[in-house]
Design a protein around this ligand. Structure first.
Ligand code: TRP
Length: 455
């Protein structure tokens, strides 16, 4: 607000918004999480449901979030509060802002742990540990990392520090710029890996695994995971995109920008999936359902056995770290913006305090891979529980409320002013999706996905 000029500055151009939003969207979700949950949920049908969720549920909600940010021009908590006041919406919609802030910090808590794995893999790559490695030994390297809680805490802390430092300095220069350089580079490297997968792996099998229609293996739980991941990967359901919408230049077009981000994000996920599974299928030591370690076991095998692999491998894990970095910032920024606006906190204090809270929670995820590995609640260890509650419940729930708020509660005139000029056709399709399709889909999936766990 007044005190904080940065918060109201806008991106220097349309492309900076796209790249920054893509920087938030493209992260561990695409390269690490998508392939492993696709593997755990049987591939093909899961991927199709996921793409469906992106197109008919998540993209309309992303448009809604960005638009809310453009209307409210404040941090999510205050944007929502102002919009509730200027329409006849119930006060209970305020929960969107609060749920967003807590989901962001909880996700960040384990995000830093996984990003820490990527950091430690940069070290492994540089020191040549993966030279000519086979799947079995790659698995051992990974298992040893997980067992060593001090090592995990070291890398987790380093990543959290990196995140906090960028947000302390304000998000304009650092992030916009980093995203501009980073995204194209990451894309090129993934294409390079895809060529490796084609030459040395089983790309055809990876393709039919990811795009085959094996609907028998699809459960409601898998549909819920697919829906949750659609929210997670596009960074929606917690106000990150709302915050980035605030920074969007007045005259830019929401629909085409959002679509662009959606396409980029999906492409990165699908290519990462193809790369990883083409390697998995020629290495009997790696299971497609290997879980969170999937990329950390399969990719070293690829890099360790290709020409110049250790150099490419180093660059790859640097890029994964950077992709995670440009995402982690958007997980903490809405909470910081709120503390600055409403609690008269300086950016420095807000960043340090929130980073510390997320770090503490992250220790629970660190321990889930060693000393707490056997401690389960409802079948989940701590890391899995936080992941399940945030990605599969909080994000869709808050997306649902966003859809209801913008579709039914806020004055249509206000929404039209923001979006109609973009394209009247797209607007009426979107309006229909946000009023009916997205909310109904979320409700059905939430109920069917959660009910059996409770019953
Ligand atoms: N989208 C990021 C990824 O795929 C993670 C992320 C960043 C996120 N900001 C978010 C997830 C906000 C949910 C909400 O890695």
């Amino acid at each position: 607000m007044k005190k904080n000029k940065n918060f109201h500055a806008s991106w220097s151009s349309r492309w900076t918004f796209i790249l920054a939003a893509a920087g938030s969207a493209v992260g561990l979700g695409n390269i690490w999480k998508f392939p492993y949950i696709a593997g755990e949920n049987g591939g093909g049908a899961f991927v199709i449901v996921y793409i469906f969720c992106i197109v008919i549920v998540a993209l309309p909600i992303m448009v809604a979030e960005v638009t809310l940010g453009r209307m409210g021009k404040k941090s999510p908590v205050n944007t929502i509060r102002d919009l509730i006041q200027s329409s006849d919406a119930q006060k209970s919609f305020n929960i969107i802002g609060w749920m967003g802030v807590s989901a962001g910090l909880l996700i960040l808590s384990y995000y830093a742990v996984i990003a820490g794995w990527a950091l430690s893999y940069i070290e492994h790559m540089i020191s040549g540990n993966f030279h000519n490695i086979n799947a079995e030994n790659a698995g051992l390297v990974f298992d040893n990392l997980l067992k060593d809680k001090n090592e995990l805490i070291f890398w987790q802390s380093l990543f959290m520090l990196m995140t906090v430092i960028v947000v302390i300095f304000g998000i304009n220069k650092g992030l916009g710029l980093a995203a501009q350089i980073l995204m194209p580079l990451l894309f090129i490297l993934l294409i390079g890996l895809l060529i490796f997968g084609y030459q040395q792996g089983d790309l055809a099998k990876a393709f039919s695994f990811l795009f085959g229609f094996n609907f028998e293996s699809l459960s409601w739980k898998a549909v819920l995971v697919a829906l949750g991941h659609a929210f997670f990967t596009l960074s929606i359901g917690m106000g990150a995109m709302m915050t980035y919408g605030v920074y969007m230049p007045e005259d830019s077009r929401v629909f085409s920008n959002v679509l662009m981000v959606g396409i980029l994000d999906t492409l990165v996920a699908l290519i990462a999936g193809l790369v990883i599974f083409s390697i998995v299928f020629v290495n009997p030591g790696i299971e497609s359902s290997a879980g969170p370690g999937l990329m950390f076991v399969s990719l070293p095998v690829a890099f360790g056995n290709m020409l110049g692999g250790l150099i490419f491998g180093t660059i790859f894990f640097v890029l994964v770290t950077l992709a995670a970095w440009s995402s982690s910032i958007s997980l903490i920024e809405p909470a910081i913006a709120y503390l600055i606006e409403s609690r008269k906190c300086t950016r420095l204090v807000a960043s340090l305090a929130l980073g510390f809270i997320a770090w503490i929670f992250g220790l629970g995820s660190v321990f889930s891979f060693n000393i707490w590995a056997e401690e389960k609640i409802a079948g989940f260890n701590f890391f899995e529980l936080i992941d399940f509650i945030t990605a599969n419940i909080m994000l869709p729930l808050s997306g649902l409320l966003v859809a209801i708020l913008i579709g039914w509660k806020i004055k249509s005139k206000m929404v039209e002013d923001q979006l109609l000029a973009d394209s009247p056709k797209l607007f009426s399709t979107w309006k229909w999706a946000i009023k009916f399709i997205s909310p109904i889909a979320v409700i059905v999936v939430l109920v069917m996905g959660i009910y059996p766990r409770l019953a």
